[in-house]
Design a protein around this ligand. Structure first.
Ligand code: AKG
Ligand code: FE2
Length: 215
């Protein structure tokens, strides 16, 4: 008889959720002590804000960015900008720890040499949700998406290439990283309304860092 020393979700092996999609359980944990102060510093320059969709709705997720390019939305549409429209200044620099984490996670999922030029930070409070969408404002889809979960748990919806494909429900915990690219780069995805399950470090919020190559 073999002894299961760790439950499956604590395995070091990437968990495939598609041909080019992987969940890396706990991958970001060694980076948390560097990430949290870096988030606190960058949000003092470019604060979290609830952006407006082109359709006129205020997003329930509060967002900010760091890196050369930042993703924004307003009545004029979705786009990347080099200037934070709230401050008129460039987005804060991407902290080195962010770069290292994004590159290491991409590489662990089989995408070598990923250099993110954009990091979108998403702050979810209880009830916040993100409806099914594709990440498709980037210039080319050769680079993967690296998405880091911190704080409260969430249910990630991972759909197909067609909006009507029934999404898988993937529980994501503090420290988990999802990477999708290649044939899966344009898979629909979203996040179910967040339940209140306070986290020891982050309290009643979930922080998501989404790394992309925008340019
Ligand atoms: O919060 C998440 O896990 C997903 C975020 C996302 O899909 C996005 O920012 O485009
Ligand atoms: Fe997304």
């Amino acid at each position: 008889m073999t002894l299961e020393l760790f439950p499956l979700e604590h395995s070091d092996e990437p968990e495939a959720i598609g041909p080019g999609s992987f969940v890396l359980r706990g991958f970001a944990l060694p980076y948390v002590d560097e990430i949290l102060p870096a988030v606190a510093a960058l949000e003092r320059c470019s604060g979290f804000r609830n952006m407006i969709t082109p359709g006129g709705f205020t997003m329930s997720v509060a967002m900010t960015n760091c890196g050369q390019f930042g993703w924004t939305t307003d009545r004029r549409g979705y786009r990347y900008t080099q200037i934070d429209p709230d401050t008129g200044q460039p987005w804060p620099l991407m902290p080195i720890a962010f770069m290292r984490l994004a590159q290491a996670a991409a590489s662990a999922a089989g995408f070598a040499d990923f250099v993110a030029d954009a990091c979108l930070l998403n702050r979810y409070l209880p009830g916040s949700r993100l409806s099914l969408h594709q990440d498709k404002n980037e210039r080319d889809f050769a680079a993967p998406i690296v998405s880091v979960s911190l704080g409260m748990p969430a249910v990630f919806l991972f759909g197909g290439l067609d909006r009507t494909d029934k999404p898988a429900r993937i529980p994501l915990m503090h420290g988990d990283v999802v990477v999708w690219g290649g044939v899966d780069r344009l898979r629909y995805h979203g996040v179910m309304p967040l339940k209140e399950k306070p986290h020891s470090l982050l309290g009643s919020q979930r922080l998501n860092l989404t790394f992309r190559k925008a340019d």
